[in-house]
Write a protein that binds this ligand. Structure first.
Ligand code: SF4
Length: 266
């Protein structure tokens, strides 16, 4: 085994020091635990990673918001997903993922577009509910072929306690389409994985009841068959869901649903 190059280790440690100097004291103390230089031969790099994300302190991985917006809801192409909070959080989820879809962007599909409530200090102080209602109405006017809206909460929303559920119920009635509120603020978990759970729970709580209701009223336009399958959990990154679908169809199955890559809510 090659002995560790001491100069290189020291050089890297100095780089870490320089990076840390850019933080305010309190943040620096916390951030120090996340940065270290790996020394060859040592099994532990000393980096703490399995701890909750801190609002505003960039994590080395995606946060819960990124998991909900970027992975589960973002690929639902016919809905508009609002990154609710400061514009910067959207960096994690905007166009960084190659979620392929069939449709006309800005007309009936919105996967590569980014919508944000662009929170400012004023919204933190007075709350952002009114702004959110306004945005949803504007979306309806500008993109009438959207089939629903999701509200993807970023950290400040949970910190100031905005009632996005009430906004969702009110606006859903007004526009006659699903409006799904997501409590996926980044600080809720240690990684984006919790965002996946929160997003899927919202599907159970806000989408499935609509299906049950339609079934009860006999207004469901769907005839089940003996070879039906639902393709769940592929968000069509680089076209994967399309390949899986083709294989399933080639062996004689009928793919009746695809979630959430290249999928539609209605
Ligand atoms: S939601 Fe929170 S943790 Fe995620 S990017 Fe925004 S501020 Fe950071």
């Amino acid at each position: 085994m090659t002995p560790p190059d001491k100069n290189l280790v020291e050089e890297h440690q100095q780089l870490v020091e320089e990076v840390l100097q850019a933080y305010p004291e309190k943040a620096r103390k916390k951030r120090t635990k996340h940065l270290n230089v790996h020394e060859e031969g040592k099994s532990d790099c000393g980096v703490k990673s399995n701890i909750k994300s801190l609002p505003g302190v960039m994590t080395a991985r995606g946060c819960a918001y990124a998991g909900s917006k970027g992975v589960v809801w973002g690929p639902v192409k016919d809905m508009i997903h609002i990154s609710h909070g400061p514009v910067g959080c959207g960096y994690w989820s905007w166009s960084g993922r190659r979620n392929y879809y069939v449709g006309v962007t800005g007309v009936d599909s919105f996967g590569t577009m980014h919508f944000t409530s662009d929170f400012q200090e004023r919204d933190i102080v007075f709350g952002g509910d009114k702004k959110l209602v306004k945005i949803i109405n504007e979306i309806e006017e500008l993109f009438p072929l959207n089939n629903g809206v999701s509200i993807q909460s970023e950290c400040p929303i949970g910190l100031i306690g905005d009632d996005i559920e009430a906004v969702a119920k009110k606006t859903s009635k007004e526009i006659g389409k699903p409006v799904i509120p997501l409590r996926c603020e980044g600080f809720r978990g240690v990684s984006q994985s919790l965002g996946h759970h929160i997003a899927n729970d919202a599907i159970r709580d806000w989408v499935f009841p609509k299906y049950d209701e339609a079934k009860k009223n006999n207004s469901l336009d769907f005839e089940p068959g003996p070879y039906d399958v639902a393709l769940i959990g592929d968000y069509n990154i680089g076209g994967d869901a399309w390949s899986s679908r083709m294989l399933l169809e080639e062996i004689g199955l009928r793919v009746v649903a695809q979630w959430s890559g290249d999928s539609a809510i209605l």
